[in-house]
Design a protein around this ligand. Sequence first.
Ligand code: SAM
Length: 223
Amino acid sequence: MDSLERMIQEQIEARGVRTPAVLEAIRKVPRDRFVPPELRTEAYEDWPLPIGCGQTISQPYMVAVMTEAVLPTGARSILEIGTGSGYQTAILAKLIPQVYTIERLPELLHGAQRTLIELEINNVHFKTGDGTLGWQTHAPFDRILIAAAAPGLPRKLLLGQLSEDGVAVVPVSDDAVGGWQTLYRVRKVNGELQREDLGGCRFVPLIGEEGYQSGDARRSEGR
Ligand code: SAM
């Protein structure tokens, strides 16, 4: 068994993410292409890894959980906030026709863009900026995935740019600074947001208008 297959079986399937389409999408994306060359030997390990600029590529299991949480049946578009290395973006692009991704740090966005072009993934639209403001010209989105921890539900973004009956996934901090967070799946039903607790998680902070003012707290990620 190669390291990708072992990652899928031991870290993802064994912990309960079993949706075939999600596993198939993960199987198609070489995670070693999204980490710095000196960390390639750790690319399929069970933890997040630094990708520069103080940011991380998410733990493989967390990427799987978030992908399953926004289960793409019927979804035509997704807004991803926090492109990072582009690994989660690439998996979403295998499942959803149009992927819109926003990263606040241009260096990371350009790196992710390069990797996706090399992998011939062509259904992704990239933007640098504060993702909490969304991407009005392409809204509403059937799905929104936020890959950094918000201080509370970003209600303006979700009410303004998520489709009716759309689904979002967002980590929200349990306390003011640092510490653990809860991953929520949010549905927009009749113009109201309904949230469901998917368990504890740990992400870097979401920085922006509906996020934190500065990136002081967490650096690690996972569950
Ligand atoms: N899922 C990504 C991957 O697979 O590599 C990792 C995402 S990383 C944990 C979170 C990213 O969110 C960081 O790259 C950070 O710069 C970005 N970020 C934080 N606040 C943001 C905001 N308001 N808008 C866009 N990106 C933001």
